[in-house]
Design a protein around this ligand. Structure first.
Ligand code: SF4
Length: 364
């Protein structure tokens, strides 16, 4: 791996404290909700065109079908869930532009969701959409009809990158949509797509700072992959695009998740879900079966490195919550040397039944 990711701003980590025994701090990741997501894939429905990177049917593992068939299948499957006593679930409309579906489809989907909410199998309803499909009257209407949260595909706040990606909207549209979603009383989600044409790790750092300022409830980080059949694949084959290398991506994502966590923002997803058929369709790009775990481990390393610096002397050891035992040293121990360089070899780290981390100044 490259040198340690940039240090988090410890001023934001108000759980840290130092006493005669060393330094104590907590992992900043917000708690995950227990509700499971019930995804409904709309496969390009409502899209005004095709963004260069997008291959919805492959990414979601769902064949395109008419909205009537999607609604019928949803109602049938939710009725079965009620009969079986499953749930509750958060219903999530992904893979298209929910707020740009032709009338009366948003209302029909939300009416179905409301019926199953009454039956106790649905707890919330969210959708993903484009920033330029979020007018205040529409958001107010959808909130009245039971929508709870809107995820906007921001991708980046860099206008040149958005133009090169064929998005058809600028960063101002994303900022406006985020504000309007919150003003409508809806939860906000932000989707970022690091590694698009012209996008650099430094641009991602600026995207994350802007995202923190918008105070969304959740963020998704999907590093850009080259999927066969997309305009980006043609550009890649013509030598006009190179995706980020895996190492660059892991470090950039690790540097991105820490400030998000410290701002109280949940990172709901790192990388695409491993749908059958996706791997075979990916021509190039940063992917790894344990991408999320590797990013989380590097983020934790950066946090601990910053705490060691704040300690102001060589640590005598680290006591860590047991739930981080499988994560701390990274995938296949790839971070062991980095911890040793911090003065924390494997023998100096122990895992205990505690909630906070303790950097010891003397062996106990
Ligand atoms: S990224 Fe969103 S708007 Fe663009 S083609 Fe894919 S689903 Fe449609």
């Amino acid at each position: 791996m490259s040198p340690l990711p940039p240090s988090p701003n410890l001023c934001q980590n108000d759980t840290s404290k130092t006493d005669a025994n060393g330094r104590f701090f907590r992992h900043p990741e917000p708690e995950k909700p227990r509700t499971r997501i019930w995804p409904v894939f709309l496969s390009f429905k409502g899209c005004p065109g095709r963004c260069v990177f997008c291959a919805q049917p492959v990414q979601s593992g769902t064949r395109p079908q008419p909205l009537e068939a999607t609604l019928d299948a949803l109602e049938r499957d939710l009725a079965a869930a009620v009969r079986d006593g499953r749930g509750p679930y958060e219903l999530a409309f992904y893979g298209g532009v929910f707020t740009a579906l032709p009338e009366p489809w948003p209302a029909r989907f939300l009416a179905a969701a409301a019926r199953f909410r009454q039956a106790g199998v649905i707890s919330r309803v969210r959708c993903s959409t484009r920033p330029d499909a979020c007018s205040p009257p529409l958001l107010a209407q959808l909130a009245d009809q039971g929508l709870s949260l809107v995820e906007i595909g921001v991708q980046t706040f860099d206008d040149a990158v958005l133009a090169a990606s064929g998005r058809g909207h600028d960063a101002a549209a994303s900022r406006r949509a985020a504000r309007q979603i919150i003003e409508a009383g809806l939860g906000l989600g932000v989707q970022l797509l690091p590694g698009l044409p012209g996008h650099e790790p430094a641009t991602l750092a600026r995207d994350v700072a802007e995202t923190c300022a918008l105070a969304p409830e959740i963020v998704r980080l999907h590093p850009c992959l080259v999927v066969d059949g997309t305009p980006l694949a043609a550009l890649y084959r013509a030598g006009g695009f190179s995706p980020w290398p895996l190492e660059t991506t892991l470090d950039a994502l690790a540097a991105a998740v820490l400030p998000l966590w410290q701002a109280g923002i949940r990172v709901a997803r790192l990388g695409l879900a491993p749908e059958p058929g996706l791997e075979a369709a990916v021509l190039a790009g940063p992917r790894h079966p344990a991408l999320g775990a590797r990013v989380r481990a590097r983020a934790l390393l950066a946090l601990i490195a910053a705490e060691v610096r704040a300690l102001g002397c060589a640590p005598a050891g680290l006591a860590a919550p047991r739930r981080f035992a499988g994560e701390l040293f990274g995938h296949a121990g790839e971070l062991l040397q980095a911890y040793a360089d911090l003065g924390l070899p494997r023998a100096g780290v122990r895992f205990c039944d505690r909630e906070d981390f303790h950097l010891r100044v003397q062996a106990v």
